[in-house]
Design a protein around this ligand. Sequence first.
Ligand SMILES: C[S@@+](CC[C@H](N)C(=O)[O-])C[C@H]1O[C@@H](n2cnc3c(N)ncnc32)[C@H](O)[C@@H]1O
Length: 208
Amino acid sequence: MINKNEKIQKRYDRVSSIYDLLEKPMELMAFSKWRERIIKRIEGEKILEVGVGTGKNLQYYPENVNLTGIDFSKKMLEKAKERAENLDNINLIEMDAEKMTFHDNSFDTVITSCVFCSVPDPVKGLKEIRRVCKPDGKIIMLEHMRSRNKLVGKFMDIVNFIPLNIWGANINRKTMENLNKAGLKDEFIDYKNVRTDIVKIIEIRNKK
Ligand SMILES: C[S@@+](CC[C@H](N)C(=O)[O-])C[C@H]1O[C@@H](n2cnc3c(N)ncnc32)[C@H](O)[C@@H]1O
């Protein structure tokens, strides 16, 4: 029987050929600008991008970093590989964020953009990020999540099945709560609302 992770992975495989087209309006609206902004905030040389997708962030990384990108959708990753063709500082690997094969404390910065709407078990994925990020390393996230506004949040719950069934993304994830559940403490979490309280840029110091 197909498990929860395979189900989401297959949805991303299915949508991969039109993913960039579907997302184009959002990119033009602001996401490209936010992508550039988060990548300017990376620290260190060894960087991990979790859920790299079709590789929309790749163009923003400086050449002097050693970037590893993972994704569990083979087809999304194929698109990212096309984008990374001439960039030899980038290594793209098919891997599940919930069970990464990297050693503990491997990366200076771990980065995600629009990923924790999709990771089937987000707390498990976040715990893995904590594990592979060095002590005092940085975790940077550009994520959309459920609004805390009662009406808006309820509306997001009601329509969540639409994006979830088309490509595997939830619009009602409680990502800030999930960070705490994964053991990340508020005192080391800094965030900015960049579009209402739904889209946030989050920076976390990985205290172990
Ligand atoms: C909405 S897309 C975002 C892609 C990219 N980060 C971006 O900003 O365009 C979410 C991506 O996360 C990947 N993903 C979701 N859960 C994952 C997991 N458990 N392990 C690895 N990749 C995962 C999906 O395959 C998909 O490519």
